[in-house]
Design a protein around this ligand. Structure first.
Ligand SMILES: Nc1ncnc2c1ncn2[C@@H]1O[C@H](COP(=O)(O)OP(=O)(O)OP(=O)(O)O)[C@@H](O)[C@H]1O
Ligand SMILES: [Mg+2]
Length: 445
């Protein structure tokens, strides 16, 4: 069985094609839509691994709302040299959360382009990023083989056009992804650019000569492909391009642009009215980095600020966010509010957990102000792709929107202004890429 696999930043899906019918595979049986699996990994203290909805549920049951408890843990020895004493062996201890039942990973694909994310310690075992992704891929493979009752013989796996705009990091990311596939034991893997896959899926049903532009805007990257179809099954890839802008970044814009004042931004401390240090709140830009604030030195800063600051309610909300692990619910509330803004002119982002209690009204125009730089980066990328295909917007016949973020109205508006409303089509936003990868896998046979 030849399978197409879209390992996405936020969601993963897989499909098979037999020349006529496309079948989406149920990667996550406990999810509301089983063919769309959240790209999450939960590792327990005992070393068990869960992916998809089960990973989020286990993390939420065991970690969210629980007070962090510290204990000192021995992690090894180090040689320390003192000026007038010589070199001695010193035992190293770190403070760790003693009762955490497990760790949750999200957006692992984004880590591929991050040089600093090489290893992470999960309850005493050190994993490379490739190993973590390999665990996810392995479980996906097992799920496919179990539900389909036959072995997978080859796979076409999607990749963004550019993981990173820095060539060295782009190479690093792709090499890590290849290594992850190998570690996972995926059989006979080839890679295909995600938007090109989506174009293949569309090409199956196209009956006339046309130039197609795929706008694939997901959780981590925007990817563009321009393809010419001759109407008789012939295809010509004209250009591809991409930028590392995606839905995760849009969520981050909301948190950093609209929510920090609920967590102590602007507070002043003591009689000298010193500002609350911004480097603490910088950690709120991703839910994973909020966890870093559980380090005792940061907690000490927060406690001190509660004692002498002029915004104790907001600073207590920050303490609660950190100590009771509400980072994930915060980012879930932000994502929900963003998704609702695709339908409504405003949405209310509210959170009532522990000592966190706020409701922030976000009008769509303000969200659009916050994402202004991202809209410009995306538009530039489209213009570059058109230039590299030597086509004007008027020479594009169909614009296919796919990926969850392609539903954000500001981007729909930009595409409408550039190409005209009649050319825009939405294709299956969460499964279009996997379908095309399945078509490519079938064509290889
Ligand atoms: N209706 C919507 N309006 C705005 N954003 C949405 C909507 N639905 C989903 N999203 C966003 O789309 C993103 C997920 O899209 P998708 O599943 O296509 O990404 P992905 O394939 O996992 O990522 P990538 O292709 O970048 O690796 C998330 O950031 C999610 O918040
Ligand atoms: Mg995608």
């Amino acid at each position: 069985m030849r399978v197409g696999l879209d390992f996405g930043t936020t969601n993963s899906s897989a499909a098979v094609y037999d020349g006529e019918r496309l079948t989406l595979l149920p990667l996550d049986p406990v999810n509301g839509s089983p063919s769309i699996m959240r790209s999450t990994l939960f590792m327990t203290r005992e070393g068990a691994a869960y992916i998809g909805r089960a990973a989020i549920n286990r993390f939420t049951e065991g970690n969210v709302g629980r007070e962090i408890e510290y204990e000192w843990r021995y992690i090894g020895d180090a040689e320390v040299t003192f000026a007038d004493f010589g070199t001695v062996q010193q035992a190293l201890y770190v403070k760790v959360d003693a009762n955490a039942p497990g760790r949750l990973f999200q957006s692992l694909k984004t880590g591929l382009r991050d040089k600093s994310f090489s290893r992470t310690n999960v309850f005493g075992t050190s994993y490379t990023l490739e190993e973590l992704i390999a665990i996810v891929l392995r479980l996906i493979l097992e799920q496919i083989e179990t539900t389909m009752g036959q072995p997978v013989t080859s796979m076409v796996v999607g990749r963004p056009v550019h993981y990173s705009l820095t060539p060295a990091l782009d190479r690093l990311a792709f090499e890590r992804m290849q290594a992850a596939c190998q570690l996972a034991g995926l059989p006979e893997v080839t890679f295909l650019a995600e938007p090109t896959a989506a174009a293949l899926s569309y090409a199956r049903t196209a009956r006339s000569a046309q130039n197609v532009l795929v706008f694939d805007f997901g959780g981590g990257t925007l990817d563009v492909t321009i393809m010419h179809l001759d109407g008789h099954g012939g295809r010509q890839l004209l250009a591809t391009d991409g930028v590392p802008v995606g839905g995760d970044l849009l969520d981050q814009r909301i948190v950093m642009g609209r929510l920090l004042h609920h967590f102590g931004d602007g507070a002043t401390l003591g009689a000298r009215r010193l500002p609350f240090p911004t480097h603490v709140l910088d950690h709120l830009s991703e839910w994973q980095t909020i966890i870093e604030l559980t380090q005792p030195n940061y907690l000490a800063i927060i406690e001190e600020a509660i004692a002498i600051g002029d915004r104790p309610k907001e600073l207590k909300a920050l303490r609660s966010l950190v100590r009771q692990n509400y980072g994930l619910p915060l980012y879930e509330a932000v994502e929900d509010a963003k998704v609702r803004l695709s339908e409504a002119p405003e949405s209310v982002l509210s959170m009532h957990h522990g000592e966190i209690a706020f409701a922030e009204r976000i009008p769509r125009w303000d969200f659009e102000r916050l994402i202004g730089p991202d809209v410009r980066a995306v538009e530039k990328c489209i213009d570059r792709t058109l230039a590299s295909a030597s086509l004007r917007p008027a020479e594009i016949d169909v614009v296919l929107r796919t990926g969850g973020s392609s539903r954000v109205p500001r981007f729909v508006k930009m595409l409408t202004e550039k190409f005209g409303p009649a050319k825009l089509q939405e294709m299956d936003v969460f499964t279009g890429v996997a379908s095309g990868l399945a078509v490519a896998a079938w064509e290889q046979g």
